[in-house]
Design a binder for this molecule. Structure first.
Ligand code: NDP
Length: 392
């Protein structure tokens, strides 16, 4: 049992809060705090058991630490934005709480997608006997656990890895992003990068692509991107010869993105306009739909999984593990679309692992460092069942 503080009241925060509120045997007290308190209140009303709400600016560690102390929180689940990761980690150290997030720290002025800043907190968390669990959404998150699982049960050696993230849903709008627009567009417009023979190979953004036939979804074109889980997996699966991450995009999405890029709307440097500095991508975010607002009427499915080639008992083996999630079913269950759902459920399970002590550690961890069994079992139980196959 433990006391939980959730920070961030967007699409993901709503799923985390609602799912935690159904597991009161673990989460004895839940506080949901965010920049805009009304959003927390709206989510709390959906939760079905008492959830307190608060206003907080998570860029200010002192405010977060005061909230942790006021509510005697044992664990902070950070589902605000990657910009807040370090300030919330600082607050956890100051007030003595464990920490969990779903996305690595990002400085506002540079799209870096790297864990270094957070891994640098290792000694400080370890010294205080606290645990920080990084990247516990779906990808990163569940995909990393897939590796811990398949390494434990199905492979002696992993040679080739393809992580494949497909959203075949249709929200009916001309252009929208499925999670925070600023973070999503920074990620998609960054150069691609994959791991081969012990080094990173960089490719121009979205320049490599190929079709893949996704179970329950059909064939979709997927594009090579850099994605943060590869950074920790390259360390934790040292023998891997090649590791790539792919995401599907529709032609429509790519055309809009290309135009926005070409006219400068995805820039993250300030532009002086009418006497003030404007960051074009932040302004674009203000124009685009709120990701959580896409949920009503969203049709279709996501399929996120990993295709692996390697060796077991001296014989070559292929293995494919994936989850399929239906947007409309997520909406019926928690009023969310599948991207928020597939991120929020693993965050809730990670929090549960920490508060029950099934995962325990002092320092900063990525999820694949823990026993995957209880997490994989909870994915099945809490709405994200997975399928494994051995293709010829
Ligand atoms: P949203 O933009 O919908 O929600 C973010 C929330 O954080 C908003 O409620 C926002 O407040 C709040 N927030 C922003 N800045 C602050 C601040 N300084 N202080 C307090 N609260 C703040 O994003 P999503 O819910 O879609 O995504 C949440 C996180 O999940 C992101 O970090 C994203 O990168 C991550 N993610 C991870 C995935 C994974 O699989 N690992 C997949 C998808 C997302 P306000 O409402 O006032 O703007």
């Amino acid at each position: 049992m433990g006391r939980l503080l959730i920070i961030g009241a967007g699409g993901v925060g709503s799923v985390v809060a609602q799912k935690c509120a159904r597991a009161r045997e673990v989460f004895s007290d839940i506080v949901l705090a965010s920049r805009t308190r009304e959003k927390c209140d709206r989510i709390a009303a959906l939760c079905g058991s008492p959830v307190l709400t608060a206003q907080v600016d998570a860029d200010d560690p002192a405010q977060v630490a005061a909230l942790i102390r006021e509510h005697e929180s044992d664990l902070v689940v950070n589902v605000a934005l990657p910009y807040q990761d370090l300030s919330i980690m600082d607050a956890c150290l100051e007030a003595g709480a464990h920490y969990l997030d779903t996305a690595n720290y990002e400085p506002r002025d540079e799209a870096k997608f790297c864990y270094k800043w957070q891994w640098d907190y290792q000694d400080r968390f370890a010294r205080q006997g606290l645990m920080a669990l990084l990247g516990c959404g779906f990808d990163p998150g569940a995909t990393n656990l897939f590796f811990a699982h398949l390494r434990k049960h199905h492979f002696d050696r992993i040679d080739f890895v393809d992580i494949m993230d497909c959203n075949a849903g249709d929200h009916g709008l001309p252009f929208a992003t499925n999670f925070n627009p600023e973070i999503n567009i920074r990620e998609v417009t960054a150069p691609g990068r994959y791991w081969e023979d012990g080094r990173w190979i960089e490719t121009p953004p979205l320049s490599l692509h190929q079709p893949w036939d996704f179970p329950e979804v059909g064939e979709r074109e997927m594009y090579l991107m850099y994605h943060e889980e590869m950074e920790s997996l390259a360390i934790n699966i040292p023998e891997v010869k090649r590791m790539r991450f792919w995401m599907t995009f529709s032609e429509n999405y790519l055309t809009h993105l290309r135009v926005l890029e070409n006219v400068g709307m995805t820039r993250i440097d300030p532009v002086h306009y009418n006497g003030i500095d404007i960051i074009p991508l932040q302004f674009l975010k203000a124009l685009l739909p709120d990701p959580s607002s896409l949920a009503d009427g969203y049709k279709g499915k996501t399929n996120i999984g990993c295709m692996i080639e390697g060796v077991k008992d001296g014989k070559p083996r292929k293995y494919y593990i994936y989850n399929v999630c239906d947007h409309a079913e997520c909406f019926r269950e928690v009023g969310a679309q599948a991207i928020s759902y597939t991120t929020g459920v693993p965050a809730m399970i990670g929090a549960l692992m920490m508060l029950t002590g099934e995962w325990r550690g002092k320092g900063v961890f990525n999820v694949e460092e823990f026993d995957p069994a209880p997490f994989m079992e909870r994915l099945n139980r809490h709405g994200l069942p997975w399928t494994e196959t051995f293709p010829e």
